[in-house]
Design a protein. Sequence first.
Length: 233
Amino acid sequence: MIKLIKLEWKKNNIGKYARNAVILAAALCLFIYALAFLGIAQDPDGTLDAVEGTDVISAPLELFCGISFLIFTSTMLASFVVSAYKNKTMNLMFSYPVKRRKILAAQMMAVWIFNFIALALTKLLIYTCVYAGSRRMSPAFAIDFDLGSLAFYIQLLLKSAVTVSMGFIALFVGMAMKSSKATIITSFILIFLTQANIGDFSFGKNLVLPSLLTGVSLLLAALTIWQAETKDL
């Protein structure tokens, strides 16, 4: 499986995605730093322009990182998997003396592992920059994390895994419709579902929906792999 994953990275020029992930991480870091210290999140009178419950720095950080990497993950899944079916390059891969399910699982894992690591490192970079900045300047948002806490790193890894895993829902839709665009559009719909507000109720702060979507994403990932042996090319 490891060899297949490495083959997928090489075949799809993973260096290109690594470069884009670095650019995305830098842009997110600059944006969150500006929100926290340069006053762009404040009204002219100096008060923070944020609804109750989002006046802590982790709120915009998790929001924008989650949105960016869910779209990034879905885009990679569309390129690695859906486009391979559309362009008929899967025909060649399925001619290898390897089970179709294993090949498809390797493609999906290649994307998941890359984005999980990229998202976790991006969040760690931004949290570290915000912490360093808070030692010299007064942040607009309350600092609600502790870099010295084990719980902080566990939560960071779990949230990153949940975000990246939701990309499998977008993949399932894209595979069903045989459309890369459908994969990416579904990722936007997932963003609206997980970040929408209804009155005072926020889906972003509710643990039930993300947990449910994670379970659904893993189920659909397993179903996508299971159908590989019988699915027509």
